[in-house]
Design a binder for this molecule. Structure first.
Ligand SMILES: Cc1cc2nc3c(=O)[nH]c(=O)nc-3n(C[C@H](O)[C@H](O)[C@H](O)COP(=O)(O)OP(=O)(O)OC[C@H]3O[C@@H](n4cnc5c(N)ncnc54)[C@H](O)[C@@H]3O)c2cc1C
Length: 388
C-alpha cells in the first residue's frame, strides 16, 4: 500500500498534535534533568514511529523517505531527543531489512515495530569514528556462537534500549581492512532489562542531546548466537555504507528541524522584545538575520526533498543526500547561533528553550559522517559525474 496525499496530511497533522500536546510541554524539564522521556516512548509506539520506515509486511508503516523526513523535521523542530530515539532505531532496522535473511527479518522486525525491541547502531570506538575500518572490536566464531571483545563509545539508545547493530572485526588481518568487518544484530539485555553477561554500559555526560542516553560499552567474552551475523562475514562495511544515503537524509532532517525550530522561536521573540521604543523585529539588523535564517531553512528542506525523492525512486542519491546533510545541519548551527543573538542576554537563561537548540545543533554536523568528510564526498561525486 502506498500512502496518498490525504494520508500524508493526516499523518503530519497527527504528529503536529502530538508535538504540541505531549512533546513541547515536557522538553525543557526533561532536557535539564537529563531524564529519559519514558512516557513519550509509549506514545511513539502508539503512533507507529518505531516502525515508520519498516515494510508493511513486517507490521511497519512503510513510509517513504520523503514523508519520514517531514516527520523528523517536525519532531526535531520541537526537541531533538525523541527524534533520536526512533531515528537510530530505524537505521538499525533498515540494515536488517536490507541485509538480513527472511528468517532474521521475521525474528527481529515485528518486535522492533512494536517497540518491544528498541536500540541503535554501535559502530564508533574510542580510536575510530570517521575511520571505521580502524575498529578493534573482535568477533571470534566459537561453534554456534561468536565471542565479542572490545569497546564501543558514543552509542545512543544503548542504556534504555535492548538491542544493537554491532560492527566488529572477524578478520583483523584482512587487507583491504574493510574485508575483515562483519555486522551483527544483537540483544543486549535480559528479560529484566539488565545487561547480558559480558556487557558493561556506562552513560556519558554530554553538552547537549540530553535525555536520550549515549554510552560507552565494554564487551568482555560477550557471547551471541552465530545466527546474529547479517549477510556473511566480511559484509559489515558494505552494510554500513549501504545505509548512509537514508541515514544522511535522516540527519539532514534533524538539522533542518533544529533550524526551523530556532527560527520560530526567534520570530516570536523578535516581535515581543522591544528596544528604542519598537519591537526588535523592526530593526534592520534583526530583519537581516531572520531573512537569511528563513531562506536557509527553506533551502534545506528542498535539498532534503530532492534527496528523499531520488531515494524513494531507487535512484542513486549519495551526492544529493550528502549535500542535504551538509547544508541542513550547518543551517541548524547557523539558525541556533543567530537565534541566540536575537534573544540577547536571555539566550543564556535556562527559562528560554533557545539554549537547548544551541547545545543540540552542533552534533548533527558531526554524526553520520562529519561535514568535512561530507564536502569531500560531494566533490568526489561531482568530479566522477562530470569527467572530462
Ligand atoms: C552525542 C553523540 C551521539 C553519537 N551516537 C552514535 C551512535 O549511536 N552510534 C555510533 O556508532 N556513533 C555515534 N556517535 C559517534 C559519531 O558518529 C562520531 O563522533 C563521528 O563519526 C566522528 O568520529 P570521531 O568523533 O571519532 O571524530 P574523528 O574521526 O576523530 O574526526 C575528528 C576530526 O577530524 C576530521 N577528519 C577525520 N578523518 C578525516 C579525513 N579522512 N579527512 C578529512 N577530515 C577528517 C573530522 O571531520 C573531524 O573534524 C555519536 C557521537 C556523539 C557526540
Amino acid at each position: 500500500m502506498s500512502w496518498t496525499a490525504e494520508d500524508e496530511i493526516a499523518i503530519l497533522d497527527t504528529i503536529d498534535k502530538w508535538i504540541e500536546n505531549d512533546v513541547k510541554p515536557i522538553a525543557d524539564e526533561h532536557d535539564q534533568a537529563d531524564e529519559y522521556p519514558h512516557a513519550l516512548v509509549d506514545q511513539m509506539i502508539e503512533l507507529g514511529l518505531f516502525g515508520a520506515t519498516i515494510g508493511e509486511e513486517y507490521g511497519g508503516l512503510g513510509l517513504s523517505a520523503s514523508l519520514y523526513a517531514k516527520i523528523v523535521v517536525k519532531v526535531a523542530g520541537a526537541w531533538m531527543a525523541p527524534s533520536g530515539i526512533f531515528n537510530s532505531h530505524l537505521i538499525m532496522a533498515s540494515a536488517i531489512e536490507r541485509s538480513g535473511s527472511e528468517e532474521q527479518k521475521q525474528d527481529w522486525l515485528p518486535q522492533m515495530v512494536a517497540g518491544e525491541l528498541r536500540g541503535g547502531i554501535a559502530l564508533t570506538e574510542p580510536n575510530a569514528g570517521t575511520d571505521l575500518q580502524a575498529i578493534r572490536t573482535r568477533a571470534v566464531r566459537d561453534g554456534d556462537e561468536y565471542v565479542i571483545n572490545g569497546a564501543k563509545t558514543w552509542i545512543t539508545n544503548s542504556l534504555n534500549g535492548n538491542c544493537l547493530l554491532l560492527l566488529a572485526k572477524t578478520d583483523p588481518e584482512a587487507q583491504p581492512r574493510y574485508k575483515g568487518m562483519s555486522m551483527f544484530i544483537i540483544k543486549t539485555k535480559d528479560e529484566n532489562g539488565n545487561p547480558l553477561p559480558g556487557l558493561t554500559i556506562n552513560k556519558m555526560k554530554k553538552l547537549g542531546y540530553k535525555s536520550i542516553d549515549t554510552c560507552e560499552l565494554t564487551f568482555e567474552d560477550f557471547r551471541i548466537p552465530a545466527s546474529c551475523l547479517l549477510k556473511g562475514e566480511g559484509e559489515g562495511f558494505f552494510i554500513t555504507v549501504g545505509g548512509l544515503e537514508l541515514g544522511r537524509i535522516n540527519v539532514a532532517a534533524r538539522g533542518a528541524g533544529i533550524a526551523e525550530g530556532a527560527l520560530k522561536l526567534a520570530v516570536r521573540y523578535a516581535q515581543e522584545r522591544e528596544s528604542m521604543g519598537k519591537a526588535i523585529c523592526q530593526h534592520q539588523a534583526i530583519q537581516l538575520k531572520l531573512g537569511e535564517m528563513a531562506s536557509k531553512v527553506e533551502a534545506s528542506k528542498l535539498l532534503i526533498e530532492q534527496a528523499a525523492n531520488k531515494f524513494d525512486a531507487h535512484e542513486r542519491c549519495d551526492m544529493e543526500a550528502g549535500m542535504a546533510k551538509y547544508f541542513a545541519t550547518e543551517t541548524g548551527v547557523f539558525c541556533a547561533n543567530e537565534a541566540m543573538r536575537i534573544f540577547g542576554g536571555y539566550s543564556y537563561s535556562m527559562e528560554y528553550p533557545i539554549q537547548r537548540y544551541y547545545r543540540d545543533a552542533m552534533l548533527m554536523c558531526i554524526g553520520e559522517g562529519t561535514n568535512e568528510v561530507q564536502r569531500m564526498i560531494i566533490a568526489k561525486q561531482l568530479i566522477e559525474r562530470n569527467k572530462i
